[in-house]
Write a new protein. Sequence first.
Length: 226
Amino acid sequence: MRFRPLVCRGVRILSQALVAIALVALAVVGLGPHAGRYRTLTVLSGSMRPTIPPGSVVVVTPLPPADIRPGDVITSRIPVDDRRVISHRVVEVVERGDHPVVRTRGDANPAPDPWLARLETDPAWRVRAAVPALGYVLHAVRTFPLRPVLLWVSPALLLVVWLSRIHRRLGQDRAVLAFGLPDPGIVLVVPSARAVRAAGDRAPRSREAEHGDEATEDGFDGSLGR
């Protein structure tokens, strides 16, 4: 039974960690981008290795297109084919202005991209940070097996932990009301039996006990004379 408190504590810590991770992921990935101060995107290809490995989540922030400089990693749509979104590094600003024309290249690619891209959107988006492997975690969260865990199991575990704390606290309060026990935060120091005996031996003897000892030494044994 000694392991039961450890198991309960481990379950409590695990449930709190899962709930905290879910809330942080929801705030950063789900709610934060709606404020317009940043966006998050998952990088699927390896064209930006080693700066941005596949599966990373990049955080992009807005800036005026005219402020784009060579060396910036920007997120934009390619001007050909399916117009997919990519995050590549600007190697040259071919034409400046409010909507500049830039040449880009992936860090892992041997040559620049085979197109020139005009930054028609305002604002443009520059990569500020990349979190490796977070994209895989978010993908796993969105899949069926883990989604119910984060949506239902983790909150349920946290609810159980909170209810157990409330129940334990109520039990302590009932004990205080019924038996007059001190507050649980107060530490009582209870002396051992040996300490009590030692204290009794060191205590001064009473006057009656001293007279009794003297009478015994004089030969008085408490019996009547013949």
